[in-house]
Write a protein that binds this ligand. Structure first.
Ligand SMILES: C[S@@+](CC[C@H](N)C(=O)[O-])C[C@H]1O[C@@H](n2cnc3c(N)ncnc32)[C@H](O)[C@@H]1O
Length: 224
């Protein structure tokens, strides 16, 4: 972690309202949720020098790999926080974000774990409060049941959905791929994607608050 100290924001709870000071020349502020090993993170930051990108990842071992990539490219518009996105409202001020990327989040296939899905309405309500009115979520997954569930959650909260595709790369690769996406694309698995426009809403039900590392098996998260 120490080698990447310049890219690591250790105390994001002290940052609400101050993120743009990290890169004052950037015009927009986006978050990537669950960046993993960071291929999408660094390629997106490199391709969009006007965007300040904050990557949130709750597994430090994965985040270190991502930070090393940012360090190798000496990117100055991307920073990393090791925190559960359930705490996003501790990190960002209301309306501070322009957009969020959610890429290949764990599907949590069992119904009893639905609240842990990062597109469950409990999470969406939190995102809606840190996003500026009209802020965007760009969502990708290989998991069809999760995609269907997510579309229904967006609709239930009244968030307009655009650019829906159930097979993003049908006619060849489109956009910047994540590490997981590259693997699924190589296997021929269709990638689902959409863009969502949010407006702030108050909580309608208790949200999932904490996801302990190792508390649940990869099978329960839907990875296995
Ligand atoms: C299936 S991996 C996908 C990684 C990357 N987005 C990609 O597409 O290659 C999901 C990632 O999200 C992270 N993650 C899952 N739940 C999270 C949460 N509540 N807060 C922050 N990160 C989370 C995991 O640690 C993991 O690195």
């Amino acid at each position: 972690m120490e080698r990447c100290a310049d890219w690591w924001v250790r105390e994001p709870e002290g940052m609400p309202g101050r993120w743009r000071d990290l890169a004052p020349s950037c015009k927009t502020l986006w978050v990537e949720v669950g960046c993993g090993k960071g291929r999408f993170t660094v390629e997106t930051a490199a391709a969009n020098p006007d965007m300040l990108l904050i990557a949130m990842e709750r597994v430090p071992d994965a985040m270190v790999v991502a930070m090393e990539k940012a360090r190798e490219l000496d990117l100055r518009n991307v920073f990393f926080v090791d925190i559960d996105v359930a705490r996003i409202e501790d990190c960002f001020a209301p309306g501070e974000l322009d957009g969020m990327y959610i890429n290949f989040c764990d599907p949590w296939p069992r119904k009893k774990n639905a609240k842990r899905r990062l597109t469950h309405r409990g999470f969406l309500e939190k995102y809606s409060r840190v996003l500026t009115p009209g802020g965007q979520i760009h969502f990708k997954t290989d998991n069809a049941p999760l995609f269907q569930f997510s579309l229904e959650e967006f609709q239930a909260l009244g968030f307009p959905v655009q650019a829906v595709t159930w097979n993003l790369h049908e006619n060849g690769p489109v956009g910047i791929m994540t590490d997981y996406e590259e693997k699924f694309y190589t296997l021929g698995t269709p990638i689902h994607r959409c863009e969502v426009t949010l407006h702030p809403i108050e909580a309608t039900e208790p949200a999932y608050e904490k996801s302990e590392d190792g508390e649940n098996s990869a099978e329960e998260r839907g990875e296995a």
